[in-house]
Design a protein around this ligand. Structure first.
Ligand SMILES: Nc1nc2c(ncn2[C@@H]2O[C@H](COP(=O)(O)OP(=O)(O)OP(=O)(O)O)[C@@H](O)[C@H]2O)c(=O)[nH]1
Ligand SMILES: [Mg+2]
Length: 322
């Protein structure tokens, strides 16, 4: 079932139930602890606030975000705006949604021309898988999609992307291993334009001989595509593996130095107990989070929805707030 259909069919309640299911690890790491903490607390005191702070740090929210949240909660407690632990939980919820709201932005496609979505990121982050899932996402919205196998370095990369092409029943433009990556994507865009395809999703390598080579290759791809059609490349998506925690931020910054990244896809949220990394990334990079990956199947890519996400990690009942 596709995203668009299941949003209208199941409604937000069903989506929350499914997201909570996929975020089971974060629920064990963060949600269950926070639920227990609020259930156990009778009054607001230092112990409660310190326990929240510890949990935020353990869940990879990062120091800047943790300190900001704690300052806000403490201030509200001192002003006597919050009367009981439940009010603290609601204030936390509101604050968390606020932190993410600016970052949640759907990835919109132009109507009138073929456009390229370039996937970049370190090896193993989930670029190829996300390219396959994105193709499914846009096909479900009745957009025509092609894939370009821009990872010409890793031996099995082309076959892996072709498998996603088969699954989606769409064309994959590819050359042999060792071919010039920019030329594959150039061919892909030429083919996509001549067939009036809406979107060409271009995979790239996550590792070359060294980091400098990789960055030069990505710069060349951007240069070549822009020269071919200056309006085609509106989206360069940095794919980040959520399970790498705070390391993800360091890696992301090194990409931002070379490539004009426009947004983030955060993968493997189903595999981490530390969903707090979403907040740390938002604060550190200031880039929109377009999608989150919550599994390895075709429909395991979801547009990022802060309210659903916060409800899922605060382990709220499925009927609450949605
Ligand atoms: N559980 C889970 N696994 C994922 C997700 N996204 C990707 N994976 C898995 O992560 C592994 C690496 O994914 P790839 O798509 O091959 O990563 P890549 O960035 O293309 O890696 P390179 O081609 O080596 O640069 C695969 O086993 C994927 O199935 C996700 O959202 N959840
Ligand atoms: Mg790959």
């Amino acid at each position: 079932m596709d995203n668009v259909a299941d949003q209208t069919f199941e409604g937000k309640r069903g989506l929350l139930a499914r997201l909570k299911d996929r975020l089971a690890r974060t629920r064990q790491g963060f949600s269950e602890n926070i639920s227990a903490l609020f259930l156990g607390a009778k009054v607001i005191d230092e112990t409660l606030l310190e326990a929240i702070e510890t949990l935020l740090i353990q869940s990879d929210f990062g120091m800047p975000v943790t300190l900001e949240i704690m300052a806000s909660l403490t201030q509200q407690v001192q002003r006597r705006d919050l009367s009981d632990p439940e009010a603290v939980k609601q204030a936390l919820r509101k604050h968390l949604i606020g932190l993410l709201s600016a970052a949640a932005r759907p990835l919109t496609l132009q109507e009138d021309q073929t456009q390229v979505i370039l996937m970049v990121g370190v090896n193993g982050a989930g670029k190829t898988t996300t390219a396959g899932k994105l193709a499914h996402y846009y096909k479900a919205q009745n957009r025509s999609v092609m894939l370009a196998a821009g990872d010409t370095f890793r031996a099995a990369a082309v076959e892996q992307l072709k498998a996603w092409g088969l699954r989606n029943e769409i064309e994959v433009i590819a050359q042999h291993t060792g071919a010039d990556s920019a030329s594959v994507i150039f061919d892909g865009l030429a083919a996509a334009k001549s067939r009036k395809v809406d979107v060409l999703i271009a995979d790239t390598a996550g590792r070359l001989q060294n980091k400098k080579n990789l960055m030069q290759e990505l710069e060349k791809i951007v240069r070549v595509v822009r020269r071919q059609d200056e309006n085609a490349l509106k989206n360069v998506l940095l794919v980040i593996d959520a399970t790498t925690g705070q390391n993800a931020i360091v890696q992301a910054k090194s990409f931002l130095e070379s490539v004009a990244v426009t947004g983030i896809v955060l993968t493997k949220l189903d595999g981490t107990a530390k969903g707090g990394v979403v907040f740390a990334l938002t604060e550190a990079l200031g880039l929109p989070i377009h999608f989150v990956g919550v599994g390895e199947q075709l429909d395991d890519l979801k547009p990022f929805d802060p309210e659903l996400f916060v409800s899922a990690i605060l382990d709220e009942a499925d009927h609450a707030h949605v």
